[in-house]
Design a protein around this ligand. Structure first.
Ligand SMILES: [Zn+2]
Ligand SMILES: [Zn+2]
Length: 133
């Protein structure tokens, strides 16, 4: 067992996993999360800064929740965070759709060294047809 100092209250606690926050601070943060979620639902036009001020949660923490896809602003609010790759505004997560696609394309290209999944499926389908005859 590992003992760490809580990032929030500086108390020592038995560290298990995740962010270095003690169980009681984690509970408090979870309560805050529900509060923020509720607030955003009722105040759809507030920006991150306004939400942070109203709920007494740091803007960074709110952004973190958005990155973790736990929190997102409504479509019509026009509020979001920047794509980590191209800076385009996104609603939640780390990357916009086109960067996600690009990333997937890169992974696909890496796999192509042997055989792409699509090609493999085609080959298998062809073989099935052959067996059918
Ligand atoms: Zn703590
Ligand atoms: Zn992007």
């Amino acid at each position: 067992m590992e003992v760490r100092t809580c990032k929030e209250c500086k108390k020592m606690f038995n560290y298990l996993a995740g962010p270095p926050i003690c169980p009681s601070c984690k509970d408090k943060l979870e309560e805050k999360f529900q509060e923020v979620k509720e607030y955003i639902r009722e105040n759809t036009h507030d920006g991150i800064t306004e939400v942070a001020q109203a709920t007494h949660v740091s803007a960074n923490q709110i952004r973190r929740w958005i990155r973790e896809e736990r929190l997102s602003f409504s479509e019509e609010s026009g509020i979001g965070i920047d794509c980590e790759s191209c800076g385009k505004m996104i609603k939640s997560g780390r990357l916009c759709q086109s960067c996600k696609d690009k990333l997937l394309g890169t992974v696909d290209n890496m796999l192509k060294g042997s055989e792409s999944i699509v090609e493999k499926k085609h080959r298998e389908a062809a073989r099935m047809r052959f067996i059918d005859k």
